[in-house]
Structures are given as C-alpha cells and as structure tokens.
Ligand binder design. Structure first.
Ligand SMILES: [Zn+2]
Length: 721
C-alpha cells in the first residue's frame, strides 16, 4: 500500500519534472558574452492548492464573519429559528449542481481515457511496440499517439461525442503516460521473473525473509533496460518484487490447500514452510521454480490498466490559452477573489457566465487568492520580529512574504496573458481589422511571455471538495539573493528519529557539530489520542455491523451505524490534518536551521527499514512511517523554494547508525546513563570503549547519518540506497 503510494508520488514527481523540461525548451536561450548559447537551468515548480467554491457562495475568510454552525452544537437541539437567522457559511463549498456537473465532466474524461486504453490493449504486440516507442520518445505522448487511426480525434465520432479537441489531447496524454508506466512495470516484472528463475537461492531469500534484500532489488533493476538506474527505479523494482511475492504466496497457499485471509499471516505461514528444519521446504521450492518457469515461458498474466481517477490534469496544454478548457478572471467586485471557468464537454450543458469565453458550456467556480494578503501579514510579522531582535525569524518571514508576492504576480501574469491572447484572437477575427491594436496586443503578449507565470493547473475532486492545484515557479536566484543575501553552502546535516524527542537534527560544519532537538509534544499527544479514539470506535462499529449483517443480511445499515462511520471518517480527517501540521512544523524548523548554518546536503533515515526504536514502544512520539515520509517531502519542497536542488535532500540506510561511534566508527553499546558502561538495550546513552566517551544516543545516530554516504563498505554503518 505505502509502496503503491510512493510509486504514484514518484510518477507524479517525474511528471512535473517532465513538464519543467518542456518549459525550458520553449524558453529563449540566453547568450553569453563570448557568443555561445547556454541553456538556462531547468525550473522547479511549487504546487499550491486552492479550494474551489460555488460562484454565488461567500468565501469564509479566516476570523471574519465566522459563526458556530448550528448543525454541530451538541449540547442542545437547535430550533428552526436559528437556522433561518444564521446564514450558512460552513459546510459544503460547492453546491450540488456544480458538483454534479464536474462529476459528469470527470466521467467523460475517464471514459475517453479508458476507451483509448482498451483499444491499445486489445493487441499485446501493440502494447509492447507502443511502450517501447514511448520510452524512447522525447516529446509529449499525445503527439505520437494521435497519428494512430483509432486514437485520432477527427476520425473517431465516439471520442468527439465525449470531449472537445483540447480535452482529447489531455486524455490522450494521460492514456500515454498510463501506458508507459504500465509497460515499464511489465518490463520490470519480466526481469524479476528472469532473475528469480535463474537462481533458486534468490527465490528462497525473497520468500523466506521479511525484508526484501536490497541487492536483489538492485539486480532486478539492473536487469531491466527500461528501469532508471536511480532511487525511483529502485522503488519500482521493490514494488514489483512485493507483488511477485504475493502472487507466489497465493500459488503456494493454493497448492497447500490452505486458506488464510490476512496478508501478514499468509506471509508468516509461507516463510515458516521454508525454514531449513521443515520437511516441506524442497517441495515448496520446486513449486516456486515451476511456477516461475511457467511465467517465463507463457508470460505473466497482466491486468489491463484502467483509470478511476478523480483528477483532471491540464498539463498537456502548452499555453494558458482559453482553448485549453480553463479560464481565469479576476472578480471585479470582490477583493482577491478569482473566478475559474471550466469548459464542459459535448452533451453537458452549463450556465452562461458573463466573464467566460465558453458561453453556455461554462462551469464556474471562485477561489480566494490568499497570497497577496499573506504577503502583507507576513511582512507585518517580520517587522514585529525585527523590533523584538529576532533576526532569524524576521528573515524567515521576509522570505515567505517575498515568495507569496512572487506567486501572486505569477498568477496575475497568467491571467493577463490569457485575456490578451483571447482579445487578440477576437480582434483578428473581426472584419475591419484594427492594425494598431493588433500590434499593441502582440507586443504586450511578447513581453508577458518572458515574464514568470504559473503552469497549467490540475483539478482534484475528493468527496465534496474540489481543489485546484496550481504549479508556481519556485523563487529564482534573484529573489532569494535579494532577501537572504549572497550565500555559500557547505555544511551537511543528518536527521534521525530520536528517543528523547521525535526528531534530532545534527549539522556538521567543518569539524564541529550543532544539534537541534525538535519537539512537537502537544500535537503528537493530540494525534495519538485521536488515533486511539478512531480505532476504538472502528472496532465497536465493526462489531455492530457484523451483528446487523447476521440478523438482517441484505438490509442496508441503519442510521446509527452510518452516523458512526461518518464520525470515524471525521476523526481520520482530523488526524491527517494534524499530520500535515506536524510535518510542516518539523520541516520548517529543520530547513531554517539548515539555512542558518548553510547546509548543502541533508540526509534522512530512509523508510525502507522503518521500524520502531528499541525501547520507544510506549513513547507517544513514536513517529509513523507515513509521517516521516511527509516530513521528508515537506523538507524537499521547502528546500526547493529556497533555491536548492530537490536532490539536496537524501535518504540513506540507517543500518547500525545507533550502534556505531561517530568519531572512530567502532561498534559501541547503548547504556542507561552518562556514567554507566554496562550494555542496556535501548538505553538513552551510547558508550564507545575505544574513545572511552559517552554520547547521547540520538545525537550519535544523527551524526552517523551524515557519514553514511562516505562509507560504503559493509564494515561501517549504513549504505546508500
Ligand atoms: Zn569511538
């Protein structure tokens, strides 16, 4: 599950990366003094989310006009009067009609993508050859695929009935990306089958051990030509091996005639059959080898990918022109609010909206451009901090204010260029062409084209919530230098989960170390409390549901059970929100501490071997792997916004980092306190007998993490992934 999630992220990251490359291509090349051209560095994007509201809704701004919602007052039943008196501001942001229209737009989109996929996957050889072509193709997938007769827009009425031409391009791009991802996965699968069928020892390792050995993963990755020789390729190979192990487990269980529901127990059972002392080991190995041979001969039975997406990506658009199917305009009446219009596909009728170029095919929303007010607020806070003598905080806030200001400007530039190109188009269409206006518009557009603008957005529908994700260009060197000044980065930092505190950060500058212990006690405690509540409620509800199912099977669940379900969902929403908050706080502290000490590279313990620390079981700040992943992602995001490469954040294997001395590299022991030299597992301190010195275990581990990359031989802690 987490693996899948990670792969999705990987693909998504790749996709933004791809786009940033294409933007660079259309950019003008910069000329150096000696007349040679240099290609500007590729750009990175920061994606910000905006919640879409129905057009006639009043957007609730923070701390303004907020009143308690009568629906949620628990102490007394609200009477009818209150409902009529208090205007409803909380609750759904988009009304039912808009949600339905957007839902049918997504339906059409999904239908088109699946139609294309079904046509491609009818023929296996075609999947092979198209996948191969796409993997070698440099441009956008749709430019290659639209040449095919059965995928072409002009020649297919079924496709025309579902979407307009630009939306078709997006859909085809989507189908192309899905095909490429699936093809790469199939290649990896075949490589894994080949590797395992050639060596019985590898197959045994895979089935017997809990963790999949990293050298096996690396060999599978290297055996496949289309897998990338990097971290992403590693994670994809790991995912493929996990799935292959699942398929093998299923086969073995079936042959044994054993039925086990739960995946964890299935795994334990199969692993137990393969212990050296068990008589059935040979038979199981034979079964496995035979199955692998069958797959190698006849091919593995892959499923056809099918889209069930609730997102709409406009990224196949090359330019923010109205034809792309979305249109921004600034609301002239309400401050800082932007109207967002979507063009509906054929067969779905929207409402006419004044500022929309799509006439009756419009679906309109509005969102708050909070960036300009955030600029002002952060600016005031920065002044405040400066007055109080906290210059680091002031600098931090200054930078954030400048970044938001820049993003706001990017959005405004995007809107302006959209409107100007549209007007130019209209002027050109008119009979008595106005030459003067045309040239004026043309020059303005050219000017805007070289300015900073946001990239095409993405729409996401989750439940009743619609969010618009806009990728903004990360602050450029000029802006960073203006706010933070010229900087040289040299130091390195290591981040580890601690025993005393959730996160320990250690920075190495020259030969010196600086540590920062990060606490988020209150939030983590709150999170644990909510999580426990959610688990308890879940088990109660499950029991009730089982009872109901036994007594009245076939009948739908009664109201009180459904209400509990909603309660559980709300609890998990709260927990996820807390997670985001915790990750944000820790990441922000980490990144700015690193900024203060001019850190060039940050190393994190990676997630692969993520297990609870010895002795930390009952501590409330035992961070989950999910949360750890979020922290790393947020740190990466913030580093990028500060002008660092996304590859300045590394994850390393934390093997032995808690048992090795960071000074001499010798194995040491964990002890109870600063005087003791007697080993105690999970003790708070670390003792090295060679140096005869005590360190706090957290600090020692974090310092070790910094060095994992330097020492690649197996005698020293860790190893790079
Ligand atoms: Zn030592």
């Amino acid at each position: 599950m987490t693996q899948e999630h990670m792969m999705k992220q990987e693909i998504q990251r790749h996709h933004w990366k791809q786009k940033s490359g294409s933007v660079t291509q259309t950019q003008k090349k910069q000329e150096k003094i000696d007349g040679n051209f240099i290609i500007p560095p590729s750009k990175s994007y920061l994606v910000e989310s905006f919640v879409l509201n129905s057009v006639d809704r009043v957007i609730a701004k923070r701390r303004r006009n907020r009143r308690p919602d009568p629906f949620f007052s628990s102490s007394r039943k609200p009477n009818q009067e209150i409902f009529t008196l208090i205007p409803k501001r909380s609750g759904k942001k988009a009304d039912e009609v808009d949600l339905q229209l957007l839902g049918s737009l997504f339906d059409n989109y999904v239908q088109v993508v699946n139609l294309m996929l079904a046509r491609i996957y009818k023929d296996n050889d075609r999947v092979q050859s198209l996948g191969q072509q796409l993997s070698e193709y440099r441009g956008r997938a749709y430019t290659l695929l639209r040449k095919m007769r059965d995928l072409n827009y002009q020649q297919n009425e079924e496709i025309q009935a579902l979407c307009f031409e630009r939306l078709y391009r997006n859909a085809l791009e989507h189908a192309g990306r899905t095909l490429l991802a699936d093809w790469t996965r199939r290649q990896l699968f075949n490589a894994a089958i080949k590797v395992l069928s050639e060596s019985a020892a590898d197959a045994l390792q895979l089935l017997r051990r809990k963790h999949i050995p990293s050298n096996l993963i690396r060999r599978v990755r290297d055996a496949c030509d289309s897998a990338k020789n990097d971290g992403a390729g590693f994670h994809h190979s790991l995912g493929v091996l996990r799935q292959l192990r699942l398929a093998l487990d299923d086969h073995i269980l079936e042959e044994q005639g054993v039925k086990i529901q739960w995946r964890g127990r299935q795994r334990k059972y199969v692993a137990s059959l393969l212990q050296d002392s068990v008589s059935e080991k040979e038979r199981i190995l034979f079964l496995t080898a035979r199955k692998l041979e069958v797959w190698k001969e006849n091919g593995y039975l892959f499923s056809v990918p099918c889209l069930r997406s609730h997102s709409l990506d406009f990224s196949a658009s090359t330019e923010n022109s109205p034809g792309q199917g979305y249109w921004f305009s600034v609301d002239p009446e309400r401050k800082n609010e932007i109207l967002f219009h979507i063009k509906l596909p054929p067969g779905i009728n929207g409402t006419h909206h004044e500022s929309s170029p799509y006439k009756g095919k419009t679906l309109a929303f509005r969102f708050l451009d909070w960036m300009s007010s955030a600029t002002i607020k952060d600016g005031a806070k920065a002044q405040n901090a400066e007055d109080n003598g906290d210059c680091h905080r002031a600098q931090r806030l200054r930078f954030r204010a400048a970044m938001f200001e820049d993003m706001h400007q990017q959005l405004m530039n995007t809107i302006e260029i959209q409107h100007l190109t549209h007007r130019l188009y209209k002027v050109k269409q008119k009979k008595g062409k106005d030459g003067e206006e045309t040239t004026k518009l043309q020059s303005k557009i050219t000017e805007l084209r070289s300015s900073r603008r946001s990239a095409p957005p993405r729409l996401l529908l989750r439940g009743n919530r619609i969010s618009l994700q806009i990728p903004f260009l990360a602050p450029d060197d000029f802006l960073i230098q203006q706010v933070l000044g010229e900087r040289e980065y040299e130091a390195r930092a290591g981040v580890d989960r601690g025993i005393r505190v959730p996160v320990v950060l250690s920075v190495m500058k020259g030969k010196e170390y600086r540590e920062l212990l990060l606490r988020v006690d209150q939030l983590v405690k709150k999170r644990e409390f909510l999580r426990k509540q959610a688990y308890d409620l879940q088990s109660v509800t499950d029991r009730k549901r089982n009872n109901w199912g036994r007594k009245r099977s076939g009948l739908s669940y009664p109201k009180h059970i459904l209400k509990k379900d909603r309660h559980i969902k709300a609890l998990w929403r709260k927990i996820r929100r807390l997670d985001r908050e915790i990750a944000r706080i820790i990441a922000s502290k980490t990144v700015w501490f690193c900024e203060e000490h001019r850190v060039k590279k940050i190393f994190f313990e990676d997630l692969r071997s993520f297990q609870a620390h010895g002795g930390s079981k009952d501590l409330s700040y035992n961070l989950s792997s999910n949360l750890w992943g979020k922290i790393i992602d947020t740190v990466r995001y913030m580093r990028v916004s500060l002008g660092h490469s996304p590859y300045s954040v590394w994850t390393v294997n934390p093997r032995f980092t808690s048992q090795t001395c960071h000074v001499c590299g010798e194995r040491g022991v964990r002890v109870a306190d600063e005087q003791s030299t007697v080993e105690r597992r999970g003790g708070e301190y670390f003792y090295c007998s060679l140096c005869d010195e005590h360190f706090h275990a957290d600090v020692n581990a974090a310092r070790n993490i910094i060095h994992v990359q330097d020492r690649v031989s197996s005698a020293v802690p860790g190893g790079t992934a």
